[in-house]
Design a protein around this ligand. Structure first.
Ligand code: ADP
Length: 449
């Protein structure tokens, strides 16, 4: 096992990783920007090092600073969390070259799954179903895009090869919209990822986003865990996640789980990752992408399986043998996670940074809170707006929805506009309560006026 892990991240996920390390008896080093000196992850770690000014490019994305901090502190491994450098092959390579274990898959696995076009190609070869599409990058000035869209059938979606966080995506319903949609997607992709390459895919109507957590060891063993349904999204970004999915049955769970395992095996996947699928109305499923890191929504899987994914991830990175077997996992009830963001849902979700006054986060039976905020904490304007995750576990879906609604009602974050009221509306919605809604739920049922 590692002796000291440097956590190259901030906020709730840094706190989550530090907690796992403590339970494993591993020392921790927090890194932070000048703006984050009072953040909870700095307080929880055994040691902390400032790595630069507030802007992420000068701190949490600053590879030389992070590596220097690891060397100074004598860390033997680096945990990247999610976002920032988590899926950066260069960072993984530099860590390994400096004798630091990167807690994630190999740089080759990240590379193969990082480029969405290449990943789709590989999945096709491996026998994992994919969405019909352009099989390569497209260009708005090439008239072939019209033939291609005709062959695929409208509507189509234009997506960024380097995509993430729902950015760089455009839908086109006909030839008139296509050229402009490709141009817009390219512009957005260039701004968000510094890479304007985009491709075309069939737009699956009323889809369900269903993903599988994967764990793999260096001996080639891969387990899939019960699925997460992440169909409640705003602008292609997840808001609520639950497990098990109210949309799929035991039979489909097994088939999709095995496809997810196949996808992971195709890249010799080690540690924790997620294979994402879209499922159409008829239950036909398609590979969308693989995220080669721990995800925001991992706690729903943890609480219904009783498996600590972050500890498993660290143990697998340390070279231990996989101790989880897909067929032996028991689903213990139903779990839902709500992401509480410091954003104003009444003002088009504009960020709401500032100093938190009184703070009360819910508790009671079956409630877990993953957060880094406290009363008097100043939410900086520089990073993503996630301030807390509320995760509820109940005996069944109905109890969990009622439990989450009860917990949301307890939330008090003085001075900070946040999304808890939106989540309360979702929990109270009849269609949501019935279960099995698709990714257009918010437009159809919550923002319909
Ligand atoms: P990102 O990497 O930006 O998160 P994904 O490829 O994971 O992008 O897609 C994010 C979301 O966008 C999906 O959960 C789904 O709601 C929507 N989406 C992506 N591809 C399609 C598609 N072919 N048809 C319909 N919706 C899609």
């Amino acid at each position: 096992m590692f002796k000291k892990i440097l956590i190259a991240n901030r906020g709730e996920i840094a706190c989550r990783i530090i907690r796992a390390c403590k339970e494993l008896g591993v020392k921790t080093v927090a890194v932070h920007s000048e703006a984050d000196k009072d953040c909870m992850h700095v307080k929880l770690a055994d040691q902390s090092i400032c790595i630069g000014p507030a802007s992420a490019s000068e701190s949490y994305l600053n590879i030389p600073s992070i590596i220097a901090a690891a060397e100074i502190s004598g860390a033997d491994a680096v945990h990247p969390g999610y976002g920032f450098l988590a899926e950066n092959t260069y960072f993984a390579e530099v860590c390994e070259a400096c004798g630091l274990k990167f807690i994630g898959p190999s740089k080759e696995s990240i590379e193969k799954m990082g480029d969405k076009i290449k990943a789709i190609e590989l999945m096709k070869k491996s026998g994992v179903p994919v969405v019909p599409g352009s099989d390569g990058p497209v260009n708005p000035d090439d008239s072939k895009i019209f033939q291609l869209a005709k062959k695929i059938g409208y509507p189509v979606i234009i997506k960024a090869t380097a995509g993430g966080g729902g950015k760089g995506m455009r839908i086109a319903k006909n030839d008139d919209e296509l050229k402009n949609a490709v141009t817009m997607a390219q512009t957005e992709a260039k701004a968000a990822f510094g890479n304007e390459e985009v491709y075309i895919e069939k737009y699956i109507e009323e889809p369900h986003h269903i993903e599988f957590q994967i764990l793999g060891d260096k001996f080639g063993n891969v387990a899939y865990l019960p699925e997460r349904d992440c169909s409640i999204q705003r602008r292609h970004q997840k808001l609520v996640e639950e497990s098990p999915s109210p949309f799929i049955n035991e039979k489909l769970r097994k088939i999709m789980g095995k496809a997810a395992r196949k996808a992971a095996m195709a890249v010799k996947y080690v540690t924790a990752g997620t294979v994402e699928f879209l499922v159409d109305k008829k239950g036909k499923f398609y590979f969308m992408e693989m995220n080669t890191r721990i995800q925001v929504e991992h706690p729903v899987t943890e609480i219904i399986t009783g498996i600590d994914l972050v500890k498993e991830q660290i143990k697998l990175a340390a070279g231990q043998r996989l101790s989880v077997h897909s067929d032996k996992i028991k689903i213990r009830g139903h779990a839902i996670e709500c992401r509480i963001n410091a954003e104003d849902p009444d003002k088009d979700f504009i960020p709401s940074p500032g100093v938190i006054g009184k703070l009360f986060l819910p508790g009671g039976p079956g409630i877990r809170i993953d957060s880094h905020v406290y009363s008097g904490y100043e939410i900086p304007p520089y990073y993503d707006s996630l301030i807390a995750k509320i995760i509820a576990l109940g005996a069944d879906r109905q109890e969990t929805v009622l439990r989450m609604a009860r917990a949301l009602g307890e939330v008090e974050i003085e001075n900070i506009k946040n999304t808890s009221s939106l989540h309360s509306k979702i929990m109270a919605n009849e269609a949501f309560q019935k279960g099995g809604v698709s990714t257009d739920f918010l437009q159809k049922h919550i923002f319909k006026d």
